[in-house]
Design a protein around this ligand. Structure first.
Ligand SMILES: *Cc1c(COP(=O)(O)O)cnc(C)c1O
Length: 416
């Protein structure tokens, strides 16, 4: 209970704020006009931890000469809110630093960052190679390019390594990578594939959402463009949709930037400020996801209901050795394959019987998630070897013991 208010001192804030100053030059203006033409300079010397939220469509110029001198390639000049604001630029720079790159572009979703790579580089007559474990909407986009835009699209075994050389054609423009694939978890040999591509002058782009710029840095292994779905760990709150491309190559960045501008892709400073707020805790969150997920994966391997645990840090997972060589951690995502004696209806009942693991797309937040997948319908280049149903788990930040007990109760109730 507050016994006395007498000792509470209010901080000394001046009210009213200093008067609007426009009135001393020119005609006396109506308050409505002054509210649109203020003279309120933000106090110089203001220093605080958060990056301010700079909302803008219109960005103002002092004269026509500065507008006419604008060059869209120059990242140091402000132009239009769609292209960059101080808030989006702050986020872009921090993401480039994390990834060990030089240039970042932000997009309204992870998928639109993937789209930006196609818009910038894939043209009629080109051939592109996509791993069979790629994020499904990336496959759908590629198939749409094949159907409507005269692009040849071929899918390859993600475990192909340097043998990718056998697939290359004169018109091969782009090789996509995903490490690991976000459902089936195979870990490709990224350095081997990137090396073959670079020797032939073929572009490589990797969906590195799984690593989040923390556990694997593809640009340091010869990949040209990294895409991140910031919707996942970078947001961390299951509340933002955003994506990024990161590259170290100024020419690639310029092509991406031109396409992004032509197609009108942009982000809001409010969303950027929320990602900026989450970014400093991303590494500790990632480590916490990683610890719980690995412990649960090891425990699930001992369960009689589960045949295969597809966690890249465990030996069942294709590419495990590559993962141990290239990655420093795994985060919260892994999959399990049930024994084929359980029907998909039984596995569905197990998934729906979970209480703490919820049903839903996307991941990277505090909440644990589970979804069954029918992998055989998701691939075309390779035959998926497992007959049992695959369930992908995202292990959130709940207490690990509670999550284990939750899985156990649903296993007993539905597969016992
Ligand atoms: C979620 C996700 C994306 C797309 O991100 P959105 O922001 O949902 O468009 C791309 N790749 C992977 C691996 C993802 O998990």
């Amino acid at each position: 209970m507050l016994s006395s208010t007498a000792s509470i001192r209010l901080p000394s804030v001046q009210f009213p704020l200093p008067a609007l100053a426009m009135s001393d030059a020119g005609p006396k203006l109506h308050p409505q006009t002054l509210s649109i033409h203020p003279d309120d300079q933000i106090t110089p010397g203001w220093t605080a931890v958060p990056v301010p939220v700079a909302r803008a469509s219109t960005v103002l110029f002092p004269d026509l000469a500065s507008i006419r001198a604008l060059n869209w390639r120059d990242d140091s000049k402000w132009r239009y809110g769609l292209h960059a604001t101080p808030t989006s630029m702050a986020l872009a720079q921090r993401l480039a630093t994390l990834e060990g790159g030089k240039h970042t572009l932000l997009h309204p979703s992870g998928l639109s960052s993937i789209t930006n790579v196609y818009l910038a580089f894939v043209h009629p007559g080109d051939d592109i190679l996509i791993p069979d474990n790629a994020y499904s909407p990336n496959r759908e986009l590629a198939d749409w390019y094949a159907k409507h835009h005269g692009v040849s699209v071929r899918y390859f075994d993600p475990m192909i390594g340097a043998k990718i050389a056998d697939l290359l054609q004169d018109n091969t423009k782009l090789i996509w990578l995903e490490a690991p694939g976000s459902v089936t978890m195979e870990v490709p040999d990224v350095p081997a594939i990137a090396q073959v591509a670079r020797a032939k002058g073929i572009l490589t782009a990797i969906d590195s959402t799984y690593a989040a710029g923390l556990s694997f840095r593809p640009l340091e292994h010869g990949v040209d463009i990294v895409i991140q779905a910031l919707t996942k760990y970078q947001s961390g709150g299951s509340d933002i949709l955003m994506g990024a491309t990161v590259t170290s190559n100024a020419d690639l960045h310029a092509e991406l930037k031109r396409a992004r501008m032509i197609f009108g892709l942009g982000v809001s400073s409010d969303d950027c400020s929320l990602v900026l707020r989450s970014l400093p805790t991303m590494q500790v969150r990632y480590e916490a996801h990683d610890r719980s997920a690995l412990a649960l994966a090891r425990w699930l391997k001992t369960r009689p209901e589960v045949d295969v645990v597809l966690h890249p840090a465990l030996p069942d997972c294709p590419g495990h050795a590559t993962f141990m060589r290239d990655f420093t951690a795994a985060g919260g995502l892994f999959s399990i394959v049930f024994n084929p004696r359980y029907s998909s209806a039984q596995v569905d009942a197990f998934v729906e019987g979970l209480r703490l693991f919820k049903l839903g797309y996307s991941w990277g937040g505090a909440l644990s998630l589970a979804l069954p997948y029918n992998v055989r319908t998701m691939r075309t280049a390779t035959r998926w070897p497992h007959d049992g149903v695959l369930v992908r788990l995202f292990v959130g930040l709940e207490d690990e013991g509670d999550l284990r007990a939750d899985i156990e109760q649903s296993l007993t109730a539905h597969l016992g």
